[in-house]
Write a protein that binds this ligand. Structure first.
Ligand SMILES: NC(=O)c1ccc[n+]([C@@H]2O[C@H](COP(=O)([O-])OP(=O)(O)OC[C@H]3O[C@@H](n4cnc5c(N)ncnc54)[C@H](O)[C@@H]3O)[C@@H](O)[C@H]2O)c1
Length: 269
């Protein structure tokens, strides 16, 4: 590989199993010479196979619920202790809608579910950023990335309240990115990824049709989780130092395509 992250240290949130975007990213960051702490919600620790990833990448695991400020404070302190100093990169790869899980329609939300999903999927990003900022935990020119989806800009009916959560998440990247850039020269961006077959992705109703449609619409085809990991590595590297406060589409061109010939053919006799 290219040693793009040699000497860099960070935290990776959200590796649940080997399909997770965060899992692939951890593998790629390791290949590029980066060292990191892996974290996930305590409940996911039992379900997931994160230990295997930790062994493979020589990482330690520090459980933390990303909605809990005490957990986040302990995570940041422990990570700096384990890694021996401030951090250079953080990946927020977290999403969950209780309304989606419980089969509630967008027009019939349970607002306790809505609030919980918003906290996990969007506000947790602010909590992570605020904890890092208050602890002065990032090195100058560090890079923080969260994952999002284009339902923040355009309506995909079955994406439900996750669309609103993603719009909020992207706004946090811009707003916090301003202050983090001014104060500490730290970058904050979101990557808007193609539909990807993971646990969170497959929770969306009609996912198979959704992913096939996106693939047919995208001139380059859907971006895979592995390709998303490559892109994230580039954003963690020193090659993208002036990229901040952006929502970056990583979707094979889907977001700028009106229609493809392949999709049109389906409607022609
Ligand atoms: N899969 C897709 O189609 C797709 C497309 C675009 C963006 N994304 C985004 O990518 C990110 C990663 O999702 P994925 O597709 O790899 O699925 P995934 O299910 O593998 O990952 C989601 C992670 O969120 C974690 N999580 C949930 N609640 C948490 C909490 N309270 N504290 C800490 N962690 C918590 C889960 O344990 C899990 O590891 C999400 O933000 C998702 O919305 C996914």
């Amino acid at each position: 590989m290219y040693n793009l992250l040699k000497g860099k240290k960070g935290i990776i949130f959200g590796a649940l199993d080997e399909n997770s975007i965060a899992w692939k990213t951890a593998e790629r960051v390791h290949e590029e010479g980066g060292t990191f702490v892996l974290t996930n919600a305590p409940i996911a620790m039992r379900m997931g196979q994160i230990k295997a990833l930790a062994e493979k990448t020589g990482s330690e695991i520090v459980p933390a619920d990303a909605t809990n400020l005490e957990d986040l404070q302990a995570l940041v302190e422990k990570s700096m202790e384990i890694l021996g100093g401030k951090l250079d990169f953080v990946l927020h790869s977290i999403g969950m809608s209780v309304n989606v899980r419980k089969g509630k329609h967008y027009t019939d939300q349970n607002y306790d579910f809505t609030t919980k999903g918003w906290d996990v999927s969007a506000v947790s990003f602010h909590k992570v950023l605020q904890t890092l900022h208050k602890n002065d935990a990032m090195n100058e020119w560090g890079s923080i990335v969260a994952l999002t989806y284009m339902a923040a800009q355009r309506t995909f009916p079955d994406y439900n309240d996750m669309a609103d959560n993603k719009a909020y998440l992207e706004s946090i990247a811009r707003s916090f990115g301003y202050f983090y850039g001014k104060d500490k020269k730290v970058r904050v961006n979101t990557i808007s990824q193609s539909p990807t077959p993971t646990t969170a992705g497959q929770g969306v109703k009609g996912f198979d049709g959704f992913i096939a449609y996106a693939d047919m619409m995208s001139p380059l085809g859907n971006a895979t989780a592995g390709e998303c990991a490559d892109y994230t590595v580039s954003l963690f590297s020193d090659l993208t130092k002036k990229v901040t406060m952006q929502n970056l589409y990583h979707d094979g061109g889907f977001s700028n395509t009106g229609v493809s010939n392949e999709v049109m053919e389906k409607f022609m006799k």
